[in-house]
Design a binder for this molecule. Structure first.
Ligand SMILES: NC(=O)c1ccc[n+]([C@@H]2O[C@H](COP(=O)([O-])OP(=O)(O)OC[C@H]3O[C@@H](n4cnc5c(N)ncnc54)[C@H](O)[C@@H]3O)[C@@H](O)[C@H]2O)c1
Ligand SMILES: N[C@@H](CCO)C(=O)O
Ligand code: NA
Length: 437
């Protein structure tokens, strides 16, 4: 049996925040201490935990607790782990840590999606590491594969389910046929949705994650403000039923695509919206609070990453993985990947992004109606892929699925169709993803 080398000087770690994720980070650091020492080549020593209310943290040795996060960062620590969340004071604290050359591990997607550039610049100036695997899709190793494993490839598309709360709600609506409001209420009672579910159901959480994914995939700075965002509050039971009828499922997708225009110029499209995908697509089988991300790269082809995107222990697993990486870098010297934003591609407005629509209408069942509807599509230069019509008495149900067209043209088409006297009701309008256009 080979002998373990004697461990070097301890890597001193400060933890900021001790809530759902922080508590699990403390537990894993304690339970895995020997293994972590062996893997890093030095003990990983938790030297302080910054909290707001010290008397609420019986799981942490009292001598480690402090309410002075800035003072803790200023003390003799090598690595700062931030699991407070939100923009301030996390931004100021992490900038101070990075400027002082301390490596940072954070789970904070909101901060990275808004101020990632500023944090990376501070890290580069001092040579410190900035790792954030937990910020997107929790436990799922996704950012490290994008930043490192796929660094020699050319990523063309990242499409995923990156919010567990909304996926739980949409999966339940699909299973029961219930309305959005009823399902949200149930999800809140079961503890899947937070008391204030806005960040999840309105797509802010997924948009922050999409910005981070697009930045890494396309070597371009993308912020949350660049991301077109639609949540799930307007998804109706009729949308879910219409999808079902055509063998599709409704999912809230984060989509990051590399677009090449007629002149060969490149841009990126980054968006979060509900979409219908075929039930045969790998993302359609991702149910409940699970996350999954589908990556397409020129040489690698299609890759799928699946697992738990949230929860204390799963998220802490990603935090610990990053902590081991930055601690190893400290022990052996050197650092992990820097920000890679050299491609500096522009982000295309949603209106100019090619998408496909599924439109389900209640129309009058008489001659010429289909022709009138089809004429509006033609007028907007939108080509129709599928038409299905079913009569029921005076009315008929008409379903149209388009080929790919500019989103603004599709939107104008739907607006005009809604105003046709022969159209009694626009039952459902939703984008279609995950199949040939
Ligand atoms: N919970 C998850 O499943 C999950 C998954 C992925 C990423 N994240 C991210 O991890 C981070 C933490 O999430 P969480 O679920 O543990 O949140 P949480 O609300 O459970 O914990 C945050 C803790 O930080 C404390 N805090 C607030 N301000 C502070 C300050 N100035 N100094 C010290 N402590 C302070 C709060 O009192 C709280 O205990 C967030 O950025 C979140 O987006 C969470
Ligand atoms: N609220 C997020 C937690 C993980 O970021 C979700 O529902 O997926
Ligand atoms: Na992750």
């Amino acid at each position: 049996m080979s002998e373990r080398k004697p461990a070097g000087r301890p890597v001193r770690v400060a933890l900021l925040g001790c809530g759902t994720v922080g508590t699990e980070v403390v537990r894993l650091l304690h339970e895995q201490a020997d293994d972590l020492t062996a893997r890093v080549g030095a003990p990983v020593e938790l030297v302080g935990v910054a909290v707001r209310r010290p008397n609420k943290h019986r799981e942490v040795p009292a001598e480690l607790l402090t309410t002075d996060a800035a003072g803790l960062i200023d003390s003799d620590v090598d690595v700062v782990v931030e699991v407070i969340g939100g923009i301030e004071p996390a931004r100021t604290l992490l900038l101070a840590a990075l400027r002082a050359g301390k490596s940072v591990v954070t789970a904070n997607k909101a901060l990275l999606a808004e101020h990632g550039g500023e944090l990376f610049e501070a890290a580069d100036a001092s040579g410190a590491d900035l790792y954030f695997e937990a910020a997107v899709a929790g436990a799922i190793p996704l950012l490290r594969p994008l930043r490192e494993s796929l660094a020699g490839d050319r990523i063309t598309r990242v499409m995923g389910i990156v919010n567990g709360t909304t996926n739980f709600i949409l999966s339940a609506m699909d299973g029961t046929g219930a309305s959005y409001a009823e399902t949200l209420e149930e999800a809140t009672q079961l503890g899947y949705a937070e008391a204030d579910p806005t960040a999840d159901v309105d797509g802010f959480d997924a948009a922050a994650k999409a910005a981070i994914l697009a930045s890494l995939a396309f070597h371009t700075r993308v912020t949350a403000a660049d991301v077109h965002r639609e949540g799930i509050a307007s998804v109706t039971a009729a949308d879910v039923a219409a999808a079902r009828e055509l063998g599709r499922a409704v999912k809230l997708l984060a989509i990051c695509e590399r677009e090449v225009d007629e002149t060969g110029g490149e841009a990126v499209s980054v968006r979060v919206h509900p979409a219908m995908i075929p039930r045969s697509h790998p993302l359609a089988g991702v149910n409940g609070a699970f996350n999954a991300v589908f990556v397409e790269a020129e040489a690698a082809g299609q890759l799928m990453f699946y697992g738990q995107g949230a929860g204390g222990a799963p998220t802490a697993s990603a935090v610990l993985g990053d902590l081991v990486a930055v601690a190893r870098n400290r022990v052996v010297g050197g650092r992990g990947p820097r920000e890679s934003a050299y491609a500096d591609l522009s982000v295309r407005p949603m209106g100019q992004t090619p998408t496909r629509y599924h439109v389900s209408l209640d129309v009058a069942d008489r001659s010429g109606v289909l022709a009138q509807v089809a004429a509006v599509f033609a007028e907007h230069d939108v080509s129709i892929a599928v038409v299905r019509q079913q009569g029921r008495g005076e009315d008929a149900s008409l379903v149209v699925v388009t080929h790919s067209a500019q989103d603004s043209a599709l939107q104008s088409t739907v607006d005009k169709i809604a105003g046709l006297p022969v159209v009694r009701e626009v039952v459902s309008v939703m984008r279609v993803e995950g199949e040939e256009s």
